[in-house]
Design a protein around this ligand. Structure first.
Ligand code: ZN
Length: 345
């Protein structure tokens, strides 16, 4: 499988923190380099997006699986999403507090999916923020983790074994990392809930910059939020955007997702950090929409011809989607669309 898109080099002007390198992070007027040579992780790579703005992009096969972010507000740091594993979250916290040299004051959970929130406990002392609906769903998840952790462990173990049984599947390695990270965290997991909620928008007024947590409702899940930096025209998108990999839509609502993508376009952000995949741009919003529309056409044609899921799956996937990773989501997504036809009107 071609991973060219997912593994694309960072775009010009954004430096990548490579293991073993000692990059200059902040080219100050008098030229003081900031050494971060020891700050590397096998689970993610930090990409500087501006002064005190970092995107943590998950490494293939690592435990992070999703991306995260950190923003220097001036007197404290705002973290966006916390990975599936609290030890990876601790690593991230250690790195960003060494880079920014301020405490993490806030954590924003973009949505309830466990790969984005299970590292919350690493940020004890910070205020964890999410939408009201995201908190409600997380509270239900917490009940299962607290009362029946063994059933969670068994489910994840089964998932892992089924992946290991298919080493020929190029996605196996990617999801294996997710399962291993999940399993590693379970024995010491304290499923930690947000304690501050919002329903529309919450603005963080830092001494250095302003950051806005925004929700337009739910498209990827019942409730999704993003973090927008208006001065930098940059947004941490959570799973409202995937880059170079099949978006997962089976917990969402395509019509609502399209409506939300329109709203995001109107923000006119120039840099979009997706929930999964490398740092993207506004064009990726259109690609995500095009991907879902392609799925909808496949389902519609199958319905019209009286055929089913397998025929829709067999339909050729055109560029650029054919090279995207996480192809297994295509089946999940098509199953979801077959069982959830769009409502009239
Ligand atoms: Zn998600």
């Amino acid at each position: 499988m071609n991973f060219a898109h997912a593994g694309a080099a960072p775009k010009a002007g954004r430096r990548r923190v490579e293991p073993g390198q000692i990059p200059i992070l902040h080219p100050k007027p008098r030229g003081h380099p900031v050494s971060i040579g020891s700050l590397t992780s096998r689970h993610f790579t930090l990409h500087e997006q501006g002064d005190g703005i970092y995107a943590a992009i998950a490494s293939d096969g690592g435990w992070a699986i999703c991306n995260a972010g950190a923003v220097d507000l001036g007197d404290q740091v705002l973290v966006f999403d916390t990975f599936v594993n609290q030890h990876v979250a601790e690593e991230f916290k250690s790195m960003v507090t060494q880079l920014i040299r301020k405490p993490v004051g806030y954590v924003l959970n973009s949505h309830f999916h466990s790969d984005h929130v299970k590292g919350n406990q690493a940020f004890e002392g910070a205020r964890i923020v999410a939408t009201t609906k995201t908190l409600e769903v997380m509270a239900k998840s917490k009940t299962r983790y607290d009362t029946d952790p063994e059933s969670v462990r068994k489910d994840v173990q089964e998932d892992l074994e089924s992946r290991l049984a298919h080493p020929e599947d190029p996605d196996s390695l990617l999801f294996e990392g997710y399962d291993r990270g999940h399993l590693d965290g379970l024995p010491t997991l304290r499923y930690t809930l947000p304690e501050v909620t919002f329903d529309d928008r919450m603005t963080f007024h830092g001494s250095k910059r302003t950051a806005e947590a925004i929700t337009y409702g739910g498209g990827h899940t019942v409730s999704d939020s993003l973090l927008y930096l208006p001065e930098e025209r940059l947004a941490f998108m959570g799973d409202l955007l995937f880059v170079g990999c099949h978006p997962y839509i089976a917990d969402g609502n395509p019509a609502e997702l399209f409506r939300i993508l329109d709203k995001v376009e109107a923000l006119d952000a120039k840099v979009l950090v997706p929930g999964h995949g490398p740092v993207g741009s506004p064009e990726d919003l259109g690609e995500n929409r095009g991907y879902v529309e392609e799925l909808q056409r496949a389902v519609e044609e199958s319905r019209r011809s009286g055929s089913g899921l397998e025929q829709a799956l067999a339909r050729p996937v055109g560029a650029p989607f054919e090279n995207w990773k996480w192809h297994a989501f295509r089946r999940d997504n098509l199953e979801f669309l077959f069982s959830n036809p769009p409502t009239a009107g």
